[in-house]
Design a protein around this ligand. Structure first.
Ligand code: 16G
Ligand code: MG
Length: 514
């Protein structure tokens, strides 16, 4: 380690003294102007992680669905996964070290993790379309170079595309080619082959309106669309040509406001979807004949995909995990086939190598009908971005399944009916006073909170309610559901009051009404 050079360059990316940030659920996220030092240091950390794992590591500059003024950074581990938890702690320590302590923290991490500093390092970098992203990714590159790492800057990419690149590079090209062209070709080929098998080829199944949140998804989908246009035509809205990123549009807006994005005209029963700002989430929706809006969220996407796979396979059990796709991803890896989605539209399916091999072999040997199913599965496996939840890949999977099963968007929506629900947030002095267990469905602390929630829940029919500290904002999230919207709203409000009272609420007391 050339400590002299590190000190010199670090001074060019100086940390504002006293600023404390946390590597949260999906990396660091805050106002872009506070992130320069974090980017530089994450460049350093990526080099150490790459040396330790002897693999390519990814660094993505994005703040996903958050406002355009924000930015963020996260590291991608060798198999396209989120950074290992012990390294999240290192990331937090390194980002928060005052200038004079930075070197010591860097050396501490290297020693603790037994990093061989002589080992080569390779880092790949991607960024979203935020005005601040280009300069911030340059700061990452400064960090990588000062520690002697090699790098490839992919420039503008969706988050899942960067995960894909990392996965490809660390599996010797077996998963796919680590180029944007490789990504487009792999997914599109599988999609086109799958949809060829669909018997219903009416236009209804072949066109889709896509709200791109004024983000990177628009650029990439536009580049990609001619690769799959024989199977699907997409009409892009909020493509970044005028509107602001994630403002009144995008998957997070649609999911949390339960209404269509601005800038998209929807005729009744037209199939529409929204990506978020870095295109790793997708939700679907439509207007019925009476003009009512229907949201089809991640839960229904998971149902569609798993029921389709189930027809081709066996029983599908359901498990819950803590919030954050990294937790779902790890759970899914315990199975031969794992389908996971958060309600916010973030998810994918994973197939173990053993299952993938078996399917590929059997596709050759089986009799006609079964061979067709095996071929279908083979294409489905190729179509999923198994390294990460990916709006583009998920969209193509969904479109293929709808076409294959001849399902309309309403029929899909009708697979089950959601109970009315409400999500709220409460401001507290320190959200860490709330700790949870049982996949964040029960509060352990502060004392009395879970009992209070239990008592409130008893007052309503078909009801449940959960609270948990957010992993990305300084708030507590409250979720409630019940047999009617009115009851769900009341319950959510009452639980918010309990949180406010028992967990140190600050500011105005939660008010009823939304
Ligand atoms: C991040 C997570 C997402 C999770 C959300 C919860 C990634 C890539 N994204 O956006 O999975 O649902 O945080 O945020 O990990 P919250 O804790 O603030 O509700
Ligand atoms: Mg996102």
């Amino acid at each position: 380690m050339d400590l002299g050079a590190i000190t010199k360059y670090s001074a060019l990316h100086a940390k504002p003294s006293g600023l404390i940030l946390q590597y949260g659920t999906a990396g660091f996220r805050t106002k872009a102007e506070h992130l320069d030092h974090v980017m530089f240091r994450m460049g350093l950390l990526a080099v150490l992680r790459s040396k330790q794992t002897k693999s390519t590591i990814g660094v993505m500059v994005t703040a996903s669905h958050n406002p355009e003024e924000d930015n963020g950074v996260k590291l991608v581990d060798p198999l396209g996964e989120m950074l290992a938890p012990s390294w999240e702690e290192h990331a937090t320590c390194l980002a928060n070290a005052e200038e004079q302590d930075m070197q010591r923290v860097l050396i501490d991490i290297s020693e603790k993790e037994a990093v061989n500093l002589q080992q080569d390092a390779f880092v790949v970098i991607g960024r979203d379309t935020r005005p601040s992203s280009e300069k911030l990714s340059q700061s990452v590159i400064d960090g990588v170079t000062v520690l002697g790492g090699q790098f490839h800057d992919y420039g503008l990419l969706t988050t899942p595309q960067l995960h894909y690149m990392v996965y490809c590079r660390n599996t010797g090209g077996r998963y796919g080619k680590a180029t944007i062209e490789g990504y487009y070709q792999k997914l599109s080929k599988a999609f086109v082959e799958l949809t060829k098998q669909a018997s219903c080829s009416g236009d209804e199944y072949r066109s889709l309106k896509v709200d791109c949140a004024n983000g990177i998804g628009a650029l990439k989908l536009r580049e990609m669309e001619h690769y799959f246009s024989q199977g699907l035509s997409v009409q892009l809205f909020n493509d970044g040509s005028k509107g602001k990123l994630n403002h009144l549009c995008g998957a997070d807006f649609v999911k949390s406001h339960q209404k269509p994005p601005q800038g998209m005209e929807i005729k009744s029963n037209e199939r529409c979807c929204s990506f978020d700002g870095d295109a790793d989430r997708i939700v679907y929706y439509y207007h019925d004949a009476d003009g009512h809006f229907h949201l089809i969220d991640g839960d229904k996407i998971a149902t569609l995909i798993s029921s389709f796979l189930k027809e081709l396979l066996v029983e599908v059990p359901v498990y819950c995990t803590k919030t954050g796709v990294k937790h779902l991803h790890h759970k899914a890896q315990e199975f031969d086939i794992g389908v996971y989605f958060e309600a916010n539209g973030h998810g994918t399916a994973l197939f173990s190598t053993a299952v993938e091999m078996k399917i590929k072999q059997s596709a050759e040997q089986l009799e006609d009908k079964k061979r067709k199913a095996a071929k279908m599965l083979e294409n489905i496996i190729d179509l999923f971005n198994q390294a990460a939840g990916d709006a583009i890949s998920d969209m193509l999977v969904i479109e293929a399944i709808l076409a294959l099963k001849g399902l309309t968007v309403q029929q899909w929506d009708g697979l089950y009916t959601d109970l009315p629900n409400r999500q709220l947030k409460v401001q507290v002095a320190d959200r860490r006073v709330i700790s949870t267990t049982n996949a964040e469905r029960q509060a352990v602390t502060p004392p009395g909170l879970q009992e209070a929630i239990n008592d409130l829940v008893k007052k309503y029919k078909l009801s449940r309610a959960f609270v948990r500290p957010s992993g990305t904002e300084d708030v507590v999230r409250v979720y409630a559901e019940a047999d009617s919207q009115e009851s769900a709203d009341h319950l959510a409000h009452e639980v918010s009051l309990a949180v406010f009272q028992l967990a140190g609420g600050i500011g105005e007391r939660p008010q009823p009404g939304f």
